[in-house]
Write a protein that binds this ligand. Sequence first.
Ligand SMILES: CC(C)(COP(=O)(O)OP(=O)(O)OC[C@H]1O[C@@H](n2cnc3c(N)ncnc32)[C@H](O)[C@@H]1OP(=O)(O)O)[C@@H](O)C(=O)NCCC(=O)NCCS
Length: 182
Amino acid sequence: MKFEERELVLKDGRTCILKPTSPEYAQEMIDYMKKTAGETDFLLRYPDEVNFTLEKEKEILSGLLENPYAVMMMAIVDGHVAGNGSINGIGYKRKICHRCSLAIALYKEYWNLGIGKAMIGYMTELAREIGWKQVDLEVAAGNQQAIRLYEKCGFRESGRRHNALKSDDGTYSDEILMYKEL
Ligand SMILES: CC(C)(COP(=O)(O)OP(=O)(O)OC[C@H]1O[C@@H](n2cnc3c(N)ncnc32)[C@H](O)[C@@H]1OP(=O)(O)O)[C@@H](O)C(=O)NCCC(=O)NCCS
């Protein structure tokens, strides 16, 4: 969906712009998915699992921009992509269509500047405007930084999925399920 740009001043004094992720940023988004997947073990994809062609990525981003029930938000600092976040419905069946799910990842050099908190705040505001009643998310049990941030943004733990994640080195980790009522 299209939404208003929002500016915020970061902890280091720079300005960050939050705006809809548009198809012109397709190549930047592919680069971003690949690089962020390699910077942390807490994302679902490995870098070699990012295989979108430029055309496909453009098509996906155009579809999301025109979809009034999808939020795709990018953070820009000094003209560079700092990160991306999204909110999407869980499904269309009537018993679950009150719920949406949230995802977010920033390049490591932009962690701890306040971008995550601002993006989650803005994305949940938009989710409320769209009409969803609850935001759900899953986070790796070891991802303390993200869990603390989600708690600060009003999310609560609702459960734990045993051995939900298996890394290439063969180790397993649980996922924490979190929710926020809107
Ligand atoms: C998780 C992520 C989005 C957080 O974004 P961010 O911009 O770094 O977060 P913010 O700067 O807005 O806020 C961080 C907050 O967490 C706190 N925090 C930071 N590091 C922390 C740590 N190691 N332990 C506990 N709390 C921590 C800070 O105190 C800050 O709170 P404050 O602003 O009230 O002081 C970002 O680190 C990221 O992209 N990580 C990699 C991808 C990822 O894990 N995504 C989530 C998958 S579910």
